[in-house]
Design a protein around this ligand. Sequence first.
Ligand SMILES: CCCCC/C=C\C/C=C\CCC/C=C/C(=O)SCCNC(=O)CCNC(=O)[C@H](O)C(C)(C)COP(=O)(O)OP(=O)(O)OC[C@H]1O[C@@H](n2cnc3c(N)ncnc32)[C@H](O)[C@@H]1OP(=O)(O)O
Length: 309
Amino acid sequence: MAAATLARRIGRSGVLPLCCRLPAWDRAARPPPGPAQPPGLPLAPCRSFSNNKIQVELDESSGVAMMKFKSPPVNSLSLEFLTEFSISLEKLENNKACRGVIITSALPKIFSSGLDITEMCGKSIEHYTEFWRAVQEMWLRLYGSNMVTVAAVNGSSPAGGCLVALSCDYRIMAENPKFSIGLNEAQLGIVAPFWFKDTFVNVVGHRIAERSLQLGSLHPAPEALKLGLVDELVPEEKLMEKAAAVMAQWLALPDHARQLTKTMMRKAVLDRLVAHREEDIKNFISFVSKESIQKSLRMYMEMLKKRKS
Ligand SMILES: CCCCC/C=C\C/C=C\CCC/C=C/C(=O)SCCNC(=O)CCNC(=O)[C@H](O)C(C)(C)COP(=O)(O)OP(=O)(O)OC[C@H]1O[C@@H](n2cnc3c(N)ncnc32)[C@H](O)[C@@H]1OP(=O)(O)O
């Protein structure tokens, strides 16, 4: 489906058609990437596309796309950002030349600051519906992707930013103790929905997830490694090199075996949201519409601004 058509359909309903998602068994296995390009030959074919929020470059010779978040100041996940993120994933998913995507940030010190809090403050029910559907869609696409997904976490990554990283197959974080990651919703006086929680539990296990979620903890990079929230830490300047090496290792496996295994591991959690999508939207709306929640969110935004001055 052309991106323009897709954008129109999202615009109308806030939903990406699930029929666009190729099932795991529908993508032919491709051979692992060939040897490095000999010097003197033309550069490997490379397709890039970009929108206001995200830049994507696909190296067709290796089958690896680099996706960079570029939405200053903090890559917050606004409705526009989420829509463009889903469209970018969709384009890559449907491109047979693409087998894997590395997700990182083009901004210094921030991977993503999570859901854009202003999207959850003082808006209409229609807006909340559209926004939450876009959050769901992004997660369904990323968590259910057939591609190998590697998060190169080059900065702080609270809440929704952490969800993006948790939804990938592998997480590498810059080893800077000033960068933290976690589902800190409780600190904002809000609750991570069940599918955020399920994704977290699937990565770190029930006990660690329960304690971390109740406390709304943001874990500095070394602690995140200890908890298994990220798979490894590397010096910041080595992050992209390491991400490419991990990607090559995962792509050395036949696609069909890896994809079927991924589906087997993730299907129950994905199916749970698909089966309860409308109910989940209603829960979100009734939750954020409460005056007490609106007050908590406003106070949190004020705290962020005060901390700055
Ligand atoms: C059983 C019943 C259950 C029912 C449940 C039903 C439904 C669930 C309901 C709700 C679920 C919602 C889930 C929410 C998920 C989220 O992701 S919420 C967002 C959480 N994010 C954060 O807490 C991060 C906050 N930001 C920061 O900590 C810092 O900004 C930073 C990311 C560490 C960066 O720090 P620094 O570089 O110092 O930048 P500043 O703090 O100065 O920020 C720059 C400007 O950006 C604004 N900003 C920051 N984060 C956000 C954000 N997430 N959204 C919107 N805006 C943000 C910040 O205010 C600054 O703005 P100004 O320049 O002052 O205008």
